[in-house]
Design a protein around this ligand. Sequence first.
Ligand code: HAM
Length: 420
Amino acid sequence: MKYTSQRGTKDILPSETPVWQRIEASCRRIFGLYNYAEIRTPVFEQTELFSRSIGTDTDIVSKEMYTFEDRGGRSLTLRPEETAPVVRACLQHNLISPENITKLWYMGPMFRYERPQAGRYRQFHQAGVEAFGSTDPMLDVEVIDMAVQLFREIGLTDLEVDINSVGCKKCRPEFIKKLTKYFTDKTSDLCDDCKKRLVKNPLRVLDCKIQGCQSIIKAAPAPVDSLCRECEEHFENVVACMDEQKIKYKINNRLVRGLDYYTGTTFEVVSDKLGAQNAVCGGGRYDDLVKELGGKPVPAVGFAIGLERLVGIIGSDVQSPKSDVVDVYLIAIGEKAKNIAFDLASGIRKAGFSADMDFHGKKLKSQLKLADRIGARFVLILGEDELNKGKIVFRDMSEGKQEEIKCDAATIVEVLEKNK
Ligand code: HAM
């Protein structure tokens, strides 16, 4: 019996972790620059939290959630996204109030039972931000700018920011009316899922990926044509601020996003290097969600970046940073030498240098080859001769030079410091 990772999940191997670490470090740095604080929430939550916020008719809730009953009979779900858990945590711990701006960021695995393909996984990772407490269009732009700065720091420049407004609960009914009228005339050409969506939540017809529906969706009314004065003004201000900040964008009237909680601004960052799953980041405003989940009305805006897609664009074969290379490799010949080397390794590590040693009892020549292969900067050799003299050979691998030094941790560390 051979076990393999589950469909839609993947191991991130040691050769790939350097690029992940680089991206994670950039996220921390950039989010910190904008004064966002980190929050970590559990990977599972009460199912209702997601159905209520994302919407029961969305693909995520109706088809893609990992939902299970625990031994206590509770319905739980592995988080498909992190906005709802963050709002839940904020309400539970009183982190937000209408008077303050609360800025939070997160990073971690999300779970969606989707059909796996390039850039689409069942377990994937998001890094995201949520800002609570203001309807100021500048905050929308700050959030978008943060994503752009992050991509710039990582070295991605050929990305496109798409923005739109999906309206609020005042103007949305008007849009839905127009949409329903438009699709009702064409019901017979819609797929079976869309026929149901049309009755339950017509907005969700716009998410359909089926070819036949796509051609109908193309000519459907856009939310931007039904915006109320407030939403229109907000969107105009967002666009004006984007211009002032010289952030390049494209207005995409079709961008409604696949989650029900959005109000007003929606945006995605897309890359043509990604094929069908081209969105590397998605977000927008959700001014009603905090109230919907039991809090006072507090407006909010945020985004999440798909880290697998980011790695997919920049490639995973980034050179290991120097810190991943071991400083010292200890070669001991014989059991007594091995015991001493084990102690020395421990002393070397305490001084802050990385150290590794052989556990196979291999011959000197093959151990030296191994030390070279793993990129050890220095090698310490302790054979019978050295043992008798109380010495150890210190070899600088890059220069090929070696000398005999006193065999104790303090001397070794001193020489390491000198050669640093
Ligand atoms: P979302 O568009 O569902 O939004 O996901 C955000 C990003 O996560 C996507 O743009 C994509 O890069 C990545 N992603 C989504 N599903 C998958 C998958 N199956 N495999 C790989 N990557 C995936 C949200 O999740 C919202 N919570 C974003 C947000 C935060 N809105 C406001 N605040």
